[in-house]
Write a protein that binds this ligand. Sequence first.
Ligand code: SIN
Ligand code: FE2
Length: 226
Amino acid sequence: MIDLFENENTGGREILGPEAFILKRFALPVANVLLAKIALIQTLSPFRHMMTPGGFTMSVGLTNCGQLGWTSDRRGYKYSPIDPVTGNPWPAMPNEFLELAKSAASEAGFVNFVPDACLINRYIPGTKLSLHQDKDEQDLSAPIVSVSLGIPAVFQFGGFERDAPKIKVPLFHGDVVVWGGADRLRFHGVLPLKPNSHWLLGEQRINLTFRKSSPLNSDFLIKGLG
Ligand code: SIN
Ligand code: FE2
């Protein structure tokens, strides 16, 4: 039996699937830089609660940085170069974000990962993210790189059907989950956060999800397809 709390304070990795790993504390050395950049990003594109196509308001607060941002409304989910709240492009992806995402991906065996989208999720105690697949991306050959900051959460990682068995693993400040290849379309979600407080973030968890959405060169997408 795997001890899920193994290496809690020591780094190392936990295996979730053939091509899915938690890189424990991998982002810790750059956590402060990430938080400073997030503070800047949210002044340009504030966190907001989006509506799902089913008519529910998401409990996570969302914003994005990078060439493309993930959005949801009554019409569906999509990636857009423009923040619908501000009418401006999403804030640029800071270099430190890009470097972290690339190095975590390559640590997990995915070389040449160049994300064009970074979704920023903000949770408070009670917030959850229902079980879902990340399948709005046009390039499913690229992995997902997901960085946890702040108070802990329990991540659910399942199969390819919603009701397949799931494992539950705690994610702590600095942990990075990477999944791709054979595991790319696994259902996953976050259980409601327990009340807690983090010395840097207070009663908050922030998750950065790096993805490659467009199979095309994004310059072409923006200039060529308007
Ligand atoms: C996501 O699946 O988009 C985010 C997962 C997380 O917050 O850890
Ligand atoms: Fe997801």
